[in-house]
Design a protein around this ligand. Sequence first.
Ligand SMILES: [Zn+2]
Ligand SMILES: [Zn+2]
Length: 145
Amino acid sequence: MNVVVEESISLLRRPGIRMTQQRLAIMEYLTTSNSHPTAEEIYRELNKKLPNISNTTVYNNLNFLKEQGLIQELIFGQSCSRYEWRTRPHYHVICTECGKIDDFELPELNRLEEAAQRESNFQISGHLFELYGICTECGQEPLQS
Ligand SMILES: [Zn+2]
Ligand SMILES: [Zn+2]
């Protein structure tokens, strides 16, 4: 079990909260994966270790961890939700060819929320910002044979 998961378990150690084997497995997977998997991908991965796990269990547990603020649900356009462990605020670049998603950080953008709040008088609660392009693998010229 890695450190992030151990810390999260202590956060969750509250009355009425049960740390199940499934929740642990989801947490382990999300803290070690940086590929922003979909619920389906998480299910397929966990199924290798826990053959009795159902799709519904995975969904319910993902919702639970989201409500606890440990993971983040990402919705990109029309595609299905993806999940990631909640780390530092960051943004996503998405490959239009293969769908690969990478992280990058741009702390300057936090000022955007302050500016928006000032200009609009809205109580700003968050923002989404995604960039599309072609990843290094897809951008490579095909090998000449
Ligand atoms: Zn690509
Ligand atoms: Zn990310």
